[in-house]
Each structure stands twice: as structure tokens, then as C-alpha cells.
Design a protein around this ligand. Structure first.
Ligand code: RTP
Ligand code: MG
Length: 159
């Protein structure tokens, strides 16, 4: 039985267009999720318009990489997941590794970005970075999902 002290947490994980474009990479990343004790709560294949991309990344609108980020994220299909686990946010980000591809290669070669990241922008995956952003991002990708309801119904079965 799982420990009562471990609190179930939700996060949003996205497999970005560069990774979805390669079926073997998509498969490998899906397997990575399963191998790391995440429960897949929801899964959705989708593609963004430029407007979706701008809206999601509006916090980066002043940054030098904003335009290419927006272009890239609306360049093809993606896959989004709601993942549940104890400490899900931190675990998924740890699994992804650093954003910058050179750092990922040198400091975390076994991480997802260390293995598969192409550039600082085309870096295979996204993960929420806080409880607040997880809420916002889950809402963005899965507007019909109600976290409170899911927790009330499912969380007891993880104890
Ligand atoms: P994320 O938000 O995707 O989980 O990644 P992060 O926190 O590690 O990185 P952040 O600084 O929030 O950047 C968001 C996404 O923008 C793209 N990016 N491109 N120098 C560049 O070309 C550059 N820097 C960031 C990446 O796709 C990054 O994930
Ligand atoms: Mg970020």
C-alpha cells in the first residue's frame, strides 16, 4: 500500500511538436511516463493555432525567443497529459531535465531533453512549474476537467 503521507499531485505534461513528429520518440516518451509511476488521468492529441500558442505563452511575450516559440508550438500536432503522482510537478520536470539543450546534454544526459532535445526551443516536452501554473495549464488544455471532483473520487484509491 502507498504511504498516507504522500500527497497525490496533478501536473500538465505536453509532448511538443518536435517529438510528436517522430513516432518512436512519442512512444519512448509515453513509456517514460508509465515507467515513472505516473497515472495518466487524461490524454489528448491536439494542435494549436498561432493564437492558442500566443495565449499560452503570453508571460514570455517580451522575450527574444517568443516569436520562434509561438511558431514552433503551433507548427504541428502535440500530445497533452494530465499526470498524477506524489510530487508530480517536480518529478516530471526532473525527468524532462534542463530547458537549455547544452545544459541538458552535459548535466543530465539521461533526461528526456538530454537525450532528445534539439534546441533550446525545440526541447520535446513541457511541464508545469508550480501548483498554480499546473491549475492554469490543465484548464487551458482540458477545460472540462475538474480537479476537485477527480481528487475527491480517485484520490482515496491511491491510499
Ligand atoms: P517550460 O516552461 O516549457 O516547461 O520550460 P522551462 O520553464 O524550462 O523554460 P521557459 O524559460 O519557461 O521557456 C518556455 C519554453 O520556451 C522555449 N525557449 N526557447 N532560447 C530559446 O530559444 C528558448 N528559451 C526557451 C522552450 O521551448 C521552453 O520550454
Ligand atoms: Mg516555464
Amino acid at each position: 500500500a502507498r504511504s498516507l503521507s504522500k500527497v497525490l499531485q496533478l501536473t500538465l505534461a505536453v509532448i511538443k511538436p518536435d517529438a510528436v513528429a517522430h513516432p518512436l520518440m512519442l512512444q519512448a516518451l509515453h513509456q517514460r511516463i508509465l515507467d515513472n509511476d505516473f497515472v495518466i488521468v487524461r490524454r489528448r492529441d491536439l494542435a494549436w493555432t498561432r493564437e492558442d500558442s500566443q495565449r499560452f505563452y503570453s508571460e514570455h511575450s517580451g522575450r527574444f525567443f517568443y516569436q520562434r516559440l509561438v511558431e514552433f508550438m503551433s507548427s504541428g500536432p502535440m500530445r497533452a497529459y494530465i499526470l498524477a503522482r506524489e510530487d508530480a510537478i517536480r518529478h516530471w520536470r526532473e525527468l524532462m531535465g534542463p530547458t537549455k539543450v547544452f545544459r541538458a546534454r552535459y548535466t543530465s544526459p539521461a533526461s528526456i531533453r538530454g537525450q532528445f532535445g534539439l534546441t533550446d526551443t525545440r526541447n520535446t516536452t513541457h511541464g508545469s512549474d508550480s501548483v498554480e501554473s499546473a491549475q492554469r495549464e490543465i484548464d487551458f488544455f482540458f477545460p472540462d476537467f475538474c480537479a476537485e471532483e477527480w481528487m475527491k473520487k480517485e484520490e482515496p484509491s491511491f491510499r
